[in-house]
Design a protein around this ligand. Structure first.
Ligand SMILES: Cc1ncc(COP(=O)(O)O)c(C=O)c1O
Length: 425
């Protein structure tokens, strides 16, 4: 450590992330130590708060049937299969891949520990030295996967968010025959799904492969049908099925770490691609696997999803509707037009994020603060995520907090100019 201060490279990076690092250091709603939970209530120090930052959308983390299923798997397999997958995998992996393939209706699937592992290893393989067409607002982990691909010789071009026509224009002008399109399914900020039909049609027309990361949609949205209990559709089999699309020219990536409350992720792809990944994707060859408890909660989660998933989704949908109805009544803007359980609430003045966070905290409400530079200044705000395990009383508390913030003029209104950053900003 240099005398009297931090290392220069630490200073450099802290300066780059100054807003976020100040907020992290000073705010109770960031980098918190959660000392206890009770249902979806969490305790930080002396404060009990209703948790609206959890991605456990179906409440599987708290589901007694799933919790009770774990010990038998630990007895049979120990806590951790410490082989890389290439070396060998417990039969649980085969069972998961079979059930997943059936649920999604794909040709095949491969599971690896996280979506981040998949993006970093699979995007460079699929792109090779061709051209990637990257959604301008793709999740950071997709972007990073594309950066790895670029370092190995791929070109990267950005197309405008939610704009299949722009993608079409770029592809039309492209001479490179190897084309990969990378984008999100249900967006982790807006809570909306892309028009998968339009994007898949563009991909097929131009002989491109469409690679979709539906981290937030898998488990939550699924195929539509007359028996559906709500607009999320049935079975939670993700965004491609939700739009009644086929997997022709489409590769779907998703994770169990949100709706299924387990450390595992998947790529749904043709069998020849899966066979390739088994010898060419470094996480299959070298990474440690998911713990047995996670494999167990995935398998138990499939059972619960089959029997009670649609009921849980309809509870989730109704809880989310309460929050969206409240924002509508207050005239407060949210980009969420889908009714899916991610509700972003932008501020009128991006500099007020810390104060707004304190108000929420004092109202006993825990959310994700979306501060600059995590998001652009005109999108600074907070993100509310609903789960089937949130109670009506918790949503009442959230509504009181939203009403209070709206009455103080902290929240952007529906008619406000989205590029306005706040007075004298
Ligand atoms: C769209 C999206 N992709 C990927 C990830 C990362 O997933 P994992 O933890 O499985 O790497 C997230 C996490 O929030 C996400 O929102």
């Amino acid at each position: 450590m240099p005398a009297g201060g931090r290392r220069p490279w630490v200073e450099h990076w802290l300066e780059t992330c100054r807003d976020l690092s100040e907020l992290k250091a000073s705010h109770p709603m960031m980098d918190a130590v959660i000392e206890e939970i009770d249902g979806r209530m969490i305790r930080i120090g002396e404060h009990w708060l209703a948790d609206f930052a959890s991605c456990n959308y179906l409440g599987f983390d708290l589901d007694r049937e799933i919790i009770d299923a774990v010990p038998a798997y630990l007895d049979a397999w120990g806590t951790h299969p410490s082989w890389s997958r290439l070396l060998g995998s417990p039969v649980l992996y085969e069972q998961i891949e079979e059930r997943l393939t059936d649920l999604l209706g794909t040709e095949d699937s491969l599971v690896l520990p996280t979506i981040t592992h998949i993006h970093m290893s699979v995007i460079p393989l699929l792109a090779a030295s061709g051209t990637i067409f990257l959604d301008a607002r793709a999740h950071k982990t997709i972007y990073d996967g594309c950066q790895v691909a670029r370092s190995r010789g791929a070109a990267v071009k950005r197309f405008r968010f939610e704009d299949p026509e722009h993608l079409d224009e770029l592809l039309r002008a492209e001479r490179d025959p190897t084309r990969l399109i990378c984008m999100d399914g249900v967006n982790s900020m807006t809570g909306n799904a892309p028009d998968v039909r339009a994007f898949a049609a563009v991909a097929r027309e131009h002989g491109a492969l469409l690679y979709i990361d539906d981290a937030h949609g898998f488990g939550v949205i699924g195929e539509r049908g007359p028996d559906e209990t709500c607009g999320y559709g049935m079975r939670g089999n993700s965004v491609v099925r939700h739009f009644d699309e086929s997997y022709d020219h489409v590769v779907l990536v998703g994770g169990f770490s949100k709706a299924y409350s387990s450390l595992l992720a998947f790529i749904a792809c043709p069998t020849d691609v899966k066979d390739l990944l088994k010898v060419a994707a470094p996480p299959y060859l070298y990474s440690g696997p998911s713990p047995v408890a996670s494999l167990a909660t995935v398998l138990a989660g499939f059972d619960v999803n089959e029997r009670r998933g649609d009921e849980l989704r309809s509870v989730l949908c109704a809880r989310t509707a309460r929050v969206l109805d409240c924002l509508k009544r207050l005239g407060v803007h949210t980009p969420n037009t889908s009714g899916f359980p991610i509700v972003e609430v932008p501020l009128r003045d991006y500099r007020r994020i810390a104060e707004v966070g304190h108000v929420l905290f004092e109202h006993g409400v825990y959310v994700t603060l979306a501060a600059y530079p995590l998001v652009p200044k005109n999108e600074v705000g907070f993100r509310v995520q609903l789960t089937a395990a949130n109670t009506d009383a918790e949503i009442d508390a959230l509504i009181v907090a939203l009403e209070h913030l709206a009455s103080r003029g902290e929240l952007r209104l529906s008619g406000d100019d989205p590029d306005w950053l706040g007075e004298a900003a």
